[in-house]
Write a protein that binds this ligand. Structure first.
Ligand SMILES: *[C@@H]1O[C@H](CO)[C@@H](O)[C@H](O)[C@H]1NC(C)=O
Ligand SMILES: *[C@@H]1O[C@H](CO)[C@@H](O)[C@H](O)[C@H]1NC(C)=O
Ligand SMILES: *[C@@H]1O[C@H](CO)[C@@H](O)[C@H](O)[C@H]1NC(C)=O
Length: 275
């Protein structure tokens, strides 16, 4: 009886240790999260108020922190929800006030999260990345599938710093400062892209569209595309949803513009062209 109990006790302890080892976050990622918090603080924000669960205590498991999701078997951080990290005013009027709360973000702080699948940096009023000497500003996250950059002031050139993110499936850049012709060449590297949202920017017709074979969902509403863009969209064989609401589709679309003679858009189930 005593021996059995001892055996049970030893086994329980072993299991507990193993369980904790797997559930807890990884030390280097915890350190990286705390550096991220220190970065918010360095900008004059009360980071203890903004990220209260992010504490350096040795017993604190960063997988349980707000805005952090880990893979339960590897302990790696797989999702970071850093939307409006500084809790600033993001109503439309404040968003158009470029003089307030503009932010330059240190992209190197995201580099330690090697297994990250989803990164949400929306509504942070980020104007650009901080240019780090030597390191440049290239984001290298090989597993990243979802990136939300909505509600920032990025211009087209941000795509250069994202060009190694070839596993991206969902790229959301709603409400930023993209202008000029649609950045076809820069976007062509994201060949696994299934959803692209570039709504609420200042983009116009490109000469050609990138051949994004897996793209199903495309939101280009609130830009300055003309109806000629429709012909270019024929290079998107998987397109199911297209939104061109609030563009410069003057003269309206005829069935012919929309026809494509049996080409891709015939498969599109949902088309939105509010004029
Ligand atoms: C967690 O990691 C394991 C091992 O890499 C992987 O098989 C599994 O799909 C991951 N789970 C999630 C939810 O990412
Ligand atoms: C990013 O976070 C915001 C705020 O929580 C949320 O509305 C948005 O849906 C998130 N983006 C993604 C891709 O989940
Ligand atoms: C950005 O973060 C990296 C990694 O923590 C650090 O080495 C670098 O000095 C930071 N750059 C600036 C300009 O703060």
């Amino acid at each position: 009886m005593g021996r059995q109990f001892l055996k049970f006790l030893v086994l329980s302890v072993i299991l507990l240790v193993r369980f904790q080892g797997q559930e807890g976050c990884l030390e280097e990622e915890k350190k990286a999260l705390l550096e991220l918090k220190a970065f918010v603080k360095s900008d004059g924000y009360d980071a203890d108020l903004l990220l209260p669960s992010w504490v350096g205590d040795t017993h604190s498991n960063c997988c349980n922190w707000d805005r952090v999701t880990c893979n339960s078997s590897t302990g790696h951080v797989i999702e970071l929800s850093l939307s409006n990290t500084r809790q600033i005013d993001t109503d439309i009027e404040s968003m158009f006030d470029y003089s307030e709360n503009e932010w330059y973000f240190n992209i190197s702080l995201l580099q330690p999260f090697k297994e990250l699948r989803s990164l949400n940096l929306s509504y942070n009023k980020i104007s650009d990345w901080i240019q780090n000497q030597g390191v440049g500003s290239l984001l290298r996250l090989e597993q990243l599938e979802v990136l939300d950059l909505s509600g920032n002031y990025f211009s087209n050139s941000v795509l250069q710093s994202l060009r190694t993110l070839t596993s991206l499936k969902n790229l959301i850049i709603h409400f930023n400062s993209f202008i000029g012709s649609f950045p076809s060449q820069e976007l062509s590297v994201f060949e696994n892209l299934e959803e692209l949202d570039l709504s609420f920017n200042g983009l116009s017709d490109p000469k050609s569209f990138p051949e994004l074979r897996k793209l199903k969902y495309l939101d280009l509403s609130i830009n300055v595309f003309s109806k000629h863009v429709m012909r270019l969209l024929a290079r998107l064989p998987s397109l199911k949803y297209l939104d061109l609401t609030d563009n410069s589709l003057r003269g309206g679309l005829t069935r012919q513009d929309n026809g494509f003679h049996g080409q891709s858009l015939e498969g599109a189930k949902s088309l939105h062209f509010g004029m």
